[in-house]
Ligand binder design. Sequence first.
Ligand SMILES: Nc1nc2c(ncn2[C@@H]2O[C@H](COP(=O)(O)OP(=O)(O)OP(=O)(O)O)[C@@H](O)[C@H]2O)c(=O)[nH]1
Ligand SMILES: [Mg+2]
Length: 373
Amino acid sequence: MTQWFTESFRAEFDKQAELIGRFNLAIFGKTGVGKSTLINAIFGEPVAATGIGAPVTLGSHLYLDQRGTLGVIDTRGIEIGRDDAELIKEVTKAVQQTRGKPVGEQIHVAWYCIRGMDRRFEEVEATFIRTLHKLGVPVLVVFTQVPMREGQFHPDAVELARQIEARQLPIVGGRPFMTYAMRDQFTGQPPFGLIEVLNATFQVAPESVHGALAAAQAIDLATKALHAQRHIGATVAAAAAAAAVPIPFSSAAMLVPLQLAMMGRIAQLYKISFDRAALMAIASTSAATTLGRTAVTNLLKLVPGAGTVAGGVISAGVASGFTLAMGQAWLVVCQRAAGGSLPSLNGVVDSQAVKDLFEAEFKKRLPTIRRQG
Ligand SMILES: Nc1nc2c(ncn2[C@@H]2O[C@H](COP(=O)(O)OP(=O)(O)OP(=O)(O)O)[C@@H](O)[C@H]2O)c(=O)[nH]1
Ligand SMILES: [Mg+2]
């Protein structure tokens, strides 16, 4: 039965990956300014992603790196401030080629990175930024590696930011974002400014890729949880609708794909790989031990007054309360897994601990179900 469950979960998990889509970020800046460091600080290390394949070539110097819900468009072998004409040509072509494609294939936002201590911003850079804007790509200017002491940015960075602001470029927020992406071991300077860059990116990214961006980023856990809760809410409504169809045997069965989809979606939001998510889901729902019973019917036994589960008829109140409890419990499991605090045995998911956690969280929400049922 593990196999039945794993296959069904796989199908829903993959469907959710498709639905959540991809947020595509173009990143520009001179070599060594800290582009990769910034990306890793905001989106997590690439190893945590659901597999990075070979980059897709968008132009002779333009590449797309797909990391699950994140696409990074990067340049190689070309230098901003030197090969701008060539770069503008390639970017223009890439944007125009993807314009007619689905939103998940388009370039959504660009981060133009400048080292805060660079002391100079050239006209060609301004031209490049204006070109991106004209192509419909919102641009954030991000200052990297900005030294800060006692709450003050380095005066050289402040001066450069002032000069850029005075140019009145079409950039998000009208001025550069000051950042520091990685703690300096010598000075002990901590990171800052990352959440501001992320928030501004959310503001200008198309609504339809907000889910992907919420999943891709690794620093705003409240936004991740918000998206998970929204999805749980939508599934609860769908579950109530499914239960309202008065066909015996159908309602409990109809809940299964809905709930597997919900679990898949939340796992994606927390960047949990399929294999790990499947183990967690099996442990949570005891799917492996129910010999043909679905996860739903098995868990329904925990719900007092759930009615004759054998007949498959459950009330809309029970279906929605049950789905809500399941979603909330699964969210906690995923949050723990993503936060590294899910118990494991020799690096493998500790099934008993996951089951105990899930059931404890699930039961916490049972009183609500009793009232509704
Ligand atoms: N301490 C600290 N070091 C940083 C920071 N940003 C970048 N660095 C260091 O600067 C160097 C270059 O950073 P990268 O992120 O590789 O720069 P890049 O822009 O991706 O460079 P290319 O890929 O060559 O274009 C690395 O040694 C980083 O560790 C930061 O915020 N803090
Ligand atoms: Mg790099």
